[in-house]
Write a protein that binds this ligand. Structure first.
Ligand code: FES
Ligand code: FES
Length: 158
């Protein structure tokens, strides 16, 4: 099947079985290996991508379901300057093995795009589908809140 999508901002055609997992097709045909496989069962969030700006587990989706949609992987945030969330999570020591980080960054980006001033609880809820075995979460949440605060400060500047 020819799957036509906007992958990381580029119109893209992926020739792959529509019934294959989107996770596998992105990694093997789309060469977006920032999408990780953890549990393969929708529990860990390592495979998170944004479908039309909404976080989704690519291990639970058929590739054919992406046809006609925008799909963003972590690579979309690495073109040019790193996204502020990436710098903030690194600066806060919120990365250890890094396996969860792409999914966490995408979930956090979706949150901040929709809710630029989230409370700590709202950040926790937004990241509740992304498991991290290393960091204890506090530093990641601190980093997301620091990005929100910095972007508010910039918007207030004349
Ligand atoms: S690999 Fe998809 S949720 Fe864990
Ligand atoms: S940094 Fe290792 S799983 Fe999150």
């Amino acid at each position: 099947m020819a799957i036509e999508l906007i992958l990381n901002g580029e119109p893209t055609q992926l020739d792959a079985p529509g019934s294959a997992r989107l996770l596998d097709v992105l990694r093997e045909h789309g060469h977006t290996v920032g999408v990780k496989e953890g549990c393969g069962e929708g529990e860990c969030g390592a495979c998170t991508v944004l479908i039309d700006d909404v976080p989704a587990c690519s291990c639970l989706m058929f590739a054919g379901q992406a046809n006609g949609h925008r799909v963003d992987t972590i690579e979309s945030l690495s073109q040019g300057e790193p996204h502020p969330l990436m710098d903030a999570i690194v600066d806060a020591a919120g990365v250890q093995c890094g396996f969860c980080t792409p999914g966490i960054v995408l979930s956090a980006k979706s949150l901040l795009d929709n809710n630029p001033k989230p409370t700590r609880e709202e950040v926790q809820v937004a990241l509740s589908g992304n498991l991290c075995r290393c960091t204890g979460y506090h530093r990641i949440i601190d980093a997301v809140q620091s990005v929100a605060k910095n972007s508010q400060a910039k918007t207030r500047r004349p």
